[in-house]
Design a protein around this ligand. Sequence first.
Ligand SMILES: Nc1ncnc2c1ncn2[C@@H]1O[C@H](COP(=O)(O)OP(=O)(O)OP(=O)(O)O)[C@@H](O)[C@H]1O
Ligand SMILES: [Mg+2]
Length: 307
Amino acid sequence: MSEIEPTEQTQTKTDAGSAQPLQTTSGESEEQLHEEWIDYRFDGETKLAVETLDVHYGDDHALKDVSMEIPEKSVTALIGPSGCGKSTYLRCLNRMNDRIKSARVDGSVQLDGEEIYQDGVDLVELRKRVGMVFQSPNPFPKSIRENISYGPRKHGDIDTSLLARLSGRSDEEAEERLVKRSLKQAALWDEVNERLDDNALGLSGGQQQRLCIARALATDPEVLLMDEPASALDPIATSKIEELIHELSREYTVVIVTHNMQQAERISDQTAVFLTGGKLVEYGDTDQIFESPRSQRVEDYINGKFG
Ligand SMILES: Nc1ncnc2c1ncn2[C@@H]1O[C@H](COP(=O)(O)OP(=O)(O)OP(=O)(O)O)[C@@H](O)[C@H]1O
Ligand SMILES: [Mg+2]
């Protein structure tokens, strides 16, 4: 866990008579607060560095001037009311917004110090490094095994084709190992190991979501983006996914959107609060955000007064 280093601004209060609106719990303007969390320091290395990111859909300005650094091997939660730009932001991190015709992205996102918004970036490779799990489980209508091996096959990492088998270069064993490893990592192996050739659509919702996580892990990503991965699941399946996320953050950088405050509090190390208008209003240690948010609007949001 990391600490916010106090800056001068944390100690200064705006005069009560000032024209500046008092918007934070301690009486600072949101601009001052912005300066402060831009300086948010965490333990560990930066995995993703987002700078002055803006997203437009046509004339609609969905994300405004967002800058934040995401530390590696930890869980970063993104919270905020519906329509504030959380999914838009998440999709910027592996250039998924490129697929949306009306979307225009300005600003910078660096992965391990390398700009992902520049010509010549291999998007297939990028999305292999930065995988994504969506809100509703979306397994392919194929067997459990094929769901896992599809990505690595596509990337040419395993070859079980007839030609490969005939020439004795088949990677069938490698495929078996990969399927087992990924399903174990996603805490699904024990439930499905005897029916790997069954259609994945026959699994329960919670199992399908863990299969989608296993599928994302099969290509050996470094970052896992999750957009409300547990919102369609019952409490037991949800707690399995939460445990899993906690485990995964030992090795992977997890960025998760959730509408569930308790979930964000339970599973994340850092929390970023987006509010209406596509603005990142506060970012810091999860404990600090939930126990003593600096922004009055964030405090109101967390206490359920709006959103
Ligand atoms: N594909 C799109 N085309 C046009 N506008 C979009 C598109 N996707 C999102 N938007 C707009 O961008 C804004 C932010 O949407 P986004 O889906 O990122 O919000 P969100 O915070 O994820 O909301 P929710 O919590 O409901 O999932 C909204 O005004 C939305 O209408
Ligand atoms: Mg969303």
